[in-house]
Design a protein around this ligand. Sequence first.
Ligand SMILES: NC(=O)c1ccc[n+]([C@@H]2O[C@H](COP(=O)([O-])OP(=O)(O)OC[C@H]3O[C@@H](n4cnc5c(N)ncnc54)[C@H](O)[C@@H]3O)[C@@H](O)[C@H]2O)c1
Length: 199
Amino acid sequence: MKEVKVGLIGANWMGSFHSVGLTNVRQAYHDVKPVFEHVADVNEAAAQLAADRFGYKKVSTDWHAVVSDPEVELVIIATPNFTHAEIAVAAAQAGKHILCEKPMANTLADSRAMVEAVEAAGVKSLVDFIYTKCPANVLAKELMDAGKLGDFVTFRGEFDCSYCADPNTPATWRQLAAAGGNRRERRAGRPDRACCEPV
Ligand SMILES: NC(=O)c1ccc[n+]([C@@H]2O[C@H](COP(=O)([O-])OP(=O)(O)OC[C@H]3O[C@@H](n4cnc5c(N)ncnc54)[C@H](O)[C@@H]3O)[C@@H](O)[C@H]2O)c1
């Protein structure tokens, strides 16, 4: 039985999904046992809730505590986009394997720094672009590869959600362009404005 001691950074939406996923790993891989070692979130209540729900042994409000924890082998980065690069580079330098949420980073330079740090450290890394496995996308790629849709000269993709359509929804990092947020905000040039406001 191989134990993998996990440190989770960012304990809200995707952090919860990863934790649920970890609880199910042994159904598919019976010789691997994830250990809920350490969780960090700037929101202490979120970190504590994850510890209560999933059994993380240690709770921190500073991600550095997870990255420097000698027990942690795998760091899961489930924080807002603009934080990924700094955390991932530090995690790699500390010799941790990394599962980083998508998008990898906000800039190409940050992404390259992450790749360089991972390659220099020789650790394993993954960015979970889950939609590459979505059946509709897989079929679209098959049709493209088979030439059934002709030659492509341009592509425009869009992924629309309604989760902040309600004007009463509080703004979050998703509405801040500098944090890697909403396309409409970037177009509007108003990074301070909630995406549900007219642009
Ligand atoms: N793979 C997917 O399908 C998928 C889906 C949704 C979101 N995501 C990605 O997952 C990441 C997190 O998104 P989310 O929806 O869980 O966001 P969220 O806002 O629900 O959760 C982010 C958490 O990170 C915490 N946090 C913020 N800054 C921090 C810091 N410096 N140190 C420690 N904790 C910090 C926040 O307090 C919050 O609890 C984003 O990069 C997002 O793009 C991926």
